[in-house]
Design a protein around this ligand. Structure first.
Ligand code: SAM
Length: 229
């Protein structure tokens, strides 16, 4: 689990367009104090999730992978008063810290954290004939993406927005020799999407960018040189 540091340009975009939010900032601070890895979505990605939820008038949102509750708080901000986010997390310490962060942000009544391996939780939710969700965010162990996508389809309705994070894997998806399990999980997901006629897809390839202006070095640099091949 490694954090992708924001580039100078991403910082500039966030400073310009993502208004500071005390609850979100204090969540990141609390997470760092508890040594939770900084693998939350970036502020501009949180804003995108927020906007997608708003655009789809989402009242029910499902998230797979809570971590410390950073993206959960973005979703809760987008939900109406009677809206609900169900978020799934396997790690009890992370779930506990997320619950505190979400409560401190004033969203305890809108958010339910379900603790346990997400595939089992989804199986239970399926058996309980849970009402379909308006938006689903998949951001947990990438190996299980095919299973999460299968469940996302079962728990969807026509018009549900499904977002899957980190699907470019820095371009490793096209390296035929790469058999890392997250890469394999993402490849399998693409195979499913290729034949899934009910779902329209869009994949921004930002992760695989090679060069970017660096304000500190004041030149174009390879930001993730280890992944450029
Ligand atoms: N969505 C979060 C955010 O942006 O604030 C980040 C989620 S983090 C990338 C992935 C989380 O998924 C981790 O907290 C990890 O413990 C959790 N996770 C990993 N495997 C899981 C599983 N099988 N079931 C449920 N959660 C899992």
């Amino acid at each position: 689990e490694a954090a992708a540091a924001l580039t100078s340009v991403e910082h500039w975009i966030c400073d310009a367009l993502v208004a500071p939010d005390a609850a979100l900032e204090s969540t990141l601070k609390t997470n760092t104090e508890h040594s939770i890895p900084a693998i939350d979505v970036a502020p501009n990605e949180g804003k995108l999730l927020y906007m997608l939820a708003k655009m789809n008038n989402a009242k029910r949102i499902l998230e797979v992978g809570t971590l410390g509750g950073y993206s959960a708080i973005w979703f809760a901000k987008a939900l109406p008063e009677d809206g609900k986010l169900i978020t799934l997390e396997i790690n009890p310490e992370r779930a506990q810290i997320a619950a505190t962060n979400i409560s401190n942000a004033g969203f305890a009544s809108k958010v339910e954290i379900k603790l346990g391996p997400a595939l089992s939780t989804l199986e239970r939710m399926g058996a309980e004939s849970t009402e379909p969700f308006d938006m689903i965010f998949i951001d947990a162990d990438k190996d299980n993406n095919p299973g999460y996508f299968k469940w996302a389809l079962k728990l969807s309705r026509k018009g549900t927005v499904i977002v899957v994070d980190n699907v470019v894997r820095y371009g490793k998806v096209i390296d035929k020799n790469n058999v890392e399990s997250p890469v394999m999980g993402v490849r399998k997901l693409f195979e499913m999407l290729k034949v899934e006629k009910r779902v329209g897809t869009y994949v921004p390839c930002g992760e695989s960018r090679s060069m970017m202006w660096d304000e500190t070095e004041r030149k174009l640099v390879f930001h993730r040189p280890q992944f450029v091949w």
